[in-house]
Design a protein around this ligand. Structure first.
Ligand code: GDP
Ligand code: IMO
Ligand code: MG
Length: 426
């Protein structure tokens, strides 16, 4: 298994952090390939509960290199705070590597993110306000600053001057916001640069050298398939390619070196922010899932919208990511319900859809078609073997497997590393 990708199959927060941490011990490198501090990955192991935004979840293992790939964006303030937090907990970041081509989140990106959302009014995207959209805009516009610019203070100043010449009029004239001077930003960013310099490398080369030496790499996805800029519910998406293809462009490792793609899906469904969500629940069952599943955002603390598992979405994720395996998380949470619904198709305008409709208006008006399964009404958080699950839980997993057309290799039954059933992942 030279390189594997782990990817969210829904709208994020599927438990990617937990599953990454769970399997990281089998890898030599864990590399994030897209997104920035908008991600919030929870890892609970060895008495530590960590919320990671920038550092790959493989950091918990000694001997595993955590890498921030070129497809990521880096908020130096968030990253340095996270590194300090990890060091305080006795988790070393000395092996962290950051791609020199990863773009830097600047203070004005965060200002623009907030101001743009305000301007959108009721049509807002509900972003994490971490400056993600504006930073990727600058990347595509070729007006961004990259981590390698931090290696030389003169270059950093020069590039910042050009960036501000473009951005200040937008801040002022479009959004009525205060502008920035080069000195103002350098005052905080050059000290960040001093601290981050030792970690900045040519990461494509590092990753390929590792593979050449027979080492294994796990690409840890952030966000998810339905938040992907190309394949998600545009415009209610993030600004990067979170799908498995992003692991190639976001790391500089060729597709021929990737042999497994593990999709992570929650046993029900959640979404944060705006946008369509056909199986969303507005009743006490939705509230119960939110309560029992502690569905509050790791990055923003927002209450997550909750709904039934949507097999049309996961089946679509299987297609666009080329999934070889699936991990179903939070199965324990469903133990609170008498019966469980699964969306198997949509109906819209008298037509039945078995895949995500291409036209967004159809998706907006899609009504879910449900199959109802009996619940198991008990605590399964101590189960470690598939055959020890109650029959109803096994039937539920078999049904999801059949609908996804992908084998379910991992099932998680609690937030701790140990609360896991490994069926086929090795
Ligand atoms: P990520 O963004 O995909 O890494 O997911 P988050 O960390 O944002 O959200 C997942 C939440 O579910 C976290 O609070 C995890 O600790 C928790 N979690 C993960 N797996 C399980 C599980 O199997 N059962 C329960 N009850 N909680 C879980
Ligand atoms: P993890 O990695 C859930 C959502 C935001 C918003 C949209 C755009 O923890 O699964 P952005 O700040 O990226 O411009 O926001 O995407 N979003 C997430 N939702 N989990 C995430 O990350 C998310 N990252 C972004 O809520 O709807
Ligand atoms: Mg999250």
């Amino acid at each position: 298994m030279p390189a594997s990708v782990l990817v969210g199959t829904q709208w994020g927060d599927e438990g990617k952090g937990k599953v990454t941490d769970l399997i990281s011990g089998d890898f030599d490198v864990v590399c994030r390939y897209a997104g920035g501090a908008n991600a919030g990955h929870t890892v609970i192991a060895g008495g530590h509960k960590l919320a990671l935004h920038q550092v790959p979840s493989g950091v918990m293992y000694k001997g595993v290199y955590p890498v921030i790939g070129n497809g990521c964006i880096v908020d130096p303030e968030v990253l340095l705070n996270e590194m300090d937090m990890l060091e305080k907990q006795g988790i070393s970041c000395e092996d962290l590597k950051i791609s020199g081509n990863a773009h830097i989140v600047m203070p004005y990106h965060k200002d623009l993110d907030g101001a743009h959302e305000k301007k959108l009014g009721k049509n807002l995207i509900g972003t994490t306000k971490r400056g993600v959209g504006p930073c990727y805009m600058d990347k595509m516009n070729r007006t961004g600053l990259r981590m390698q610019d931090m290696l030389d203070g003169h270059i950093f100043r020069e590039k910042l001057e050009a960036a501000l010449a473009y951005t200040n009029p937008i801040l002022e004239k479009v959004y009525g916001l205060p502008t920035y001077t080069v000195d103002q930003i350098c005052e905080t960013y050059l000290p960040y640069a001093e601290r981050l310099k030792p970690y900045i490398i040519e990461s494509s080369r590092f990753l390929n050298d590792q593979l050449d030496a027979g080492k294994n790499i796990l690409f840890e996805g952030a966000q998810a398939t339905m938040l992907d800029i190309d394949h998600g519910t545009y415009p209610f998406v993030t600004s990067s390619n979170c799908t498995a293809g992003g692991a190639v462009t976001g790391s500089g490792v060729g597709p021929t070196r990737i042999s497994r793609v593990l999709g992570v899906a929650k046993a029900y469904l959640t979404r944060v922010g705006s946008g369509p969500f056909p199986t969303e629940l507005f009743d006490e069952t939705g509230d119960k899932l939110g309560e029992v599943g502690h569905e509050y955002g790791v990055t923003t603390g927002r209450k997550r919208r909750c709904g039934w598992y949507d097999s049309v979405v996961v089946n679509y994720a299987a297609r666009v990511n080329g999934l070889t395996d699936l991990a179903i998380t939070k199965l324990d949470v469903l133990g609170c319900l008498d019966e469980i619904k699964v969306c198997v198709a949509y109906e819209c305008g008298g037509k039945t859809y078995h895949t995500v409709p291409e036209h967004q208006s159809v998706f907006y008006h899609a009504k879910p078609v449900y199959e109802t399964l009996p619940g198991w009404k008990c605590d399964i958080s101590n189960v470690r073997n598939f055959y020890q699950l109650p029959r109803e839980a096994k039937d539920y997993i078999d049904f999801l497997e059949q609908l996804a057309g992908v084998r379910i290799s991992i099932i998680t039954v609690g937030p701790d590393r140990e609360q896991t059933i490994n069926r086929y992942w090795n």
